[in-house]
Ligand binder design. Structure first.
Ligand code: PLP
Length: 496
């Protein structure tokens, strides 16, 4: 299977090359030329598999230039029982009779980013060995909070890689920051920037595609790659858990094989929900996708009107990992929904860049709306949702997941849609103890660990080990830079 670019079809490349490059030289994103198709027979086979075997099946069908032994090794190294508490990397939990939570935060950094970032380093090192055997991969990451830590943890001390993370100084939770600045490992670097996530992401994309910078790295035997969800190697592992959740629901008898479900995803960069959409295109029976946003509701407006307009105030919310106004992976959806028309995608992305807005044609809009619904909620609504889930259902959830639940409840009230629904639960509440405690009616402020201890006491749950152990770790990274200083920071952190 070959991969093509959303902005230029001329030169299809292998999966390994797409994973090494992360983003295309022209700024477009890599997508598979076609998708494997899973019929009822395939799904019923997958019902009998455990998570690792399901992952091997899906990854093997996409990464056709990998050997079966490589796929085996990547999957077995990533989804080990000692890394994913409880042994099942993506367990489902019943919230109510027709609503299932897909819990994606049982990995080493307590957010769903681990699902992809525990395996990406293995996929990348296999790919590098094949395509660029003499280069060190320099992974540049812009993070809205969770990707940074998951990338640091995934890549730490992985031979042939360096990982450099930029996070918005005032845009992440105290616990998220602590996770990053205490990171261990010889090949890691972390730097705060004076700006928001969009500033960080835009600057990182520019550095990536800057020819002079690339030459400079090449001179030191290095090349850039990306661990953001613009990298195909990030998206692909996320397709697995939607199939897995469906198969688990069939296995436990909650749904019958072939029954369609809704999938609700709290969304920022559009990676997670896009993976669900790819699963649907491969044959997963889905009725509707619901894209849930916080007050940065640029996607809600786009999905409802066909006009994307990033010219609006940026809000710092209680769900910081979704504080994003330029949703990178939407480009892949536009490419799919416009029927692979690269000229159109180019023109929309140029408009976004130059005017801050674009409008898709009617046909593309109709196709999107036939499958996607969208909604958003405020911090207050998310807080009320955290409280009501805890009080009425004994289910503790984080502010991102609360946004998804709240938006789903509105959707169900408005539409009366009764399809069985899977809601992606994307982080542990313990990453956001301040917001969660406030939502539960506690005024307490202050130190993250004291807050986490109080949260445990109040809800009768326990602090996940990766969070509890942070308390003993010392701060290693204190750098702060202006956006204009990011190139220099890359040089410094890469040691060139
Ligand atoms: C990254 C993140 C999101 C948003 O996911 P996208 O793939 O960027 O849409 C939602 N919730 C949490 C907790 C996250 O870390």
């Amino acid at each position: 299977m070959l991969y093509t670019c959303t902005r230029d079809h001329k030169e299809p490349i292998t999966a390994s090359e797409a994973i090494c490059r992360g983003i295309s030289p022209g700024g477009g994103l890599y997508v598979p030329e076609s998708l494997p198709q899973y019929d009822a027979g395939t799904l019923s086979d997958m019902v009998l598999m455990d998570y690792r075997r399901r992952a091997k099946k899906v990854l093997g069908d996409f990464l056709t230039d990998f050997t079966p032994e490589e796929i085996d090794r990547c999957v077995e190294s990533a989804y080990r029982a000692d890394k994913f508490e409880g042994g099942h990397p993506a367990p489902i939990k019943e919230l109510e009779k027709s609503v299932t939570m897909l819990e994606l935060w049982h990995g080493p950094t307590c957010a769903f980013k681990d699902m992809a970032l525990q395996i990406l380093p293995h996929l990348l090192t296999c790919s590098m060995r094949r395509v660029h055997p003499d280069r060190t991969a320099v992974i540049l990451v812009a993070t809205s909070g969770d990707t940074g830590k998951a990338a640091l943890e995934g890549f730490r001390d992985v031979a042939g890689t360096k990982v450099l993370v930029f996070y918005p100084r005032d845009g992440v939770s105290d616990m998220q920051k602590r996770q990053m600045v205490t990171q261990e490992g010889k090949n890691v670097g972390v730097c705060a920037i004076e700006g928001n996530f969009d500033d960080a992401q835009t600057a990182v994309k520019k550095i990536f595609t800057d020819e002079a910078m690339k030459q400079e790295l090449a001179g030191h035997g290095m090349m850039f790659s990306s661990a953001n969800s613009i990298n195909w190697g990030r998206l692909l592992p996320q397709i697995v858990y939607y199939f897995s959740a469906y198969c688990d629901l069939v296995a436990e008898g909650t749904i019958t094989l072939g029954e369609t479900i809704n999938i609700v995803v709290p969304t920022g960069n559009f990676g997670n929900i896009l993976a669900a959409y790819y699963a649907f295109c491969m044959g997963l029976p889905v009725h509707r996708f619901v894209c849930a946003s916080n007050e940065n509701n640029v996607l809600t407006d786009f999905l409802q009107t066909g006009t994307y307009d990033k010219k609006r105030p940026f809000h710092c919310t209680t769900s910081p990992s979704m504080d994003i106004l330029v949703s990178s992976n939407l480009e892949r959806l536009l490419y799919a929904m416009s029927g692979g028309q690269e000229e159109k995608v180019c023109a929309w992305m140029r408009d976004l860049n130059e005017k801050g807005t674009y409008t898709v044609d009617e046909k593309t809009r109709e196709r999107i709306q036939a499958r996607f619904s969208a909604g958003w909620c405020s911090d207050e609504e998310a807080a009320r949702t955290i409280a009501s889930l805890q009080e009425e259902k004994g289910y503790l959830c984080d502010p991102h997941t609360a946004v998804a639940v709240c938006v789903y409840e509105k959707y169900r009230r408005e539409t009366g849609d009764t399809h069985h629904t899977v809601i992606a639960s994307t982080a542990s509440a313990y990453k956001f103890p301040q917001s969660v405690l406030n939502a539960l009616g506690e005024e307490m402020q202050g130190d993250g660990f004291a807050l986490a201890a109080r949260l445990a006491e109040k809800t009768g749950t326990s602090i996940p080990a990766p969070i509890a152990s942070l308390q003993e770790k010392s701060v290693r990274f204190t750098d702060v830079t202006a956006v204009s200083g990011m190139r220099e920071a890359v040089r410094r952190l890469a040691g060139i």
